[in-house]
Design a protein around this ligand. Structure first.
Ligand SMILES: [Zn+2]
Length: 131
């Protein structure tokens, strides 16, 4: 048995290694969707795979930290990080960075030059600030 819960948030970012100059040099926003799938071999005492209400203090709150936030990679230039932090109350520093464009060149897809999907939530740090 599998149950799903869809979360949505709006956030901005810049994608330094994108093939598109628009994404590479301009801060822009997206409507992100994160779908959480939970599976179980048997139902719990409430006859549920999982009580979605229990996700409010964990998954929902963590993903809500990305809503209306500016996302940036931790290896972004210090002056860029400083500017984001000084002009946005909500920001998330992502702990890794995509491989350099030179290593992706042979496998990149021309039909979708800029990824709009965030990394898996488990790879992200909780937001450093709240509204
Ligand atoms: Zn983008």
């Amino acid at each position: 048995m599998i149950i799903r819960k869809l979360y949505k948030f709006e956030a901005s970012h810049i994608v330094r290694n994108c093939s598109s100059d628009r994404c590479k040099y301009s801060i822009h926003g997206h409507s992100f969707r994160v779908e959480v799938l939970l599976s179980a071999d048997k139902l719990d005492d409430g006859q549920m795979v999982y009580d979605f209400g229990l996700m409010k203090g964990t998954v929902k709150d963590m993903l809500d930290g990305f809503d209306h936030a500016s996302l940036y990679w931790e290896k972004e230039a210090p002056e860029y990080q400083k500017a984001i932090k000084s002009h946005s109350k909500r920001w998330v520093q992502l702990p890794s960075r995509p491989p350099p464009s030179s290593s992706r060149a042979s496998s990149s897809s021309p039909s979708r030059p800029c990824s709009t999907r965030p990394s898996a939530p488990t790879a992200m740090r909780p937001p450093p600030c709240t509204p």
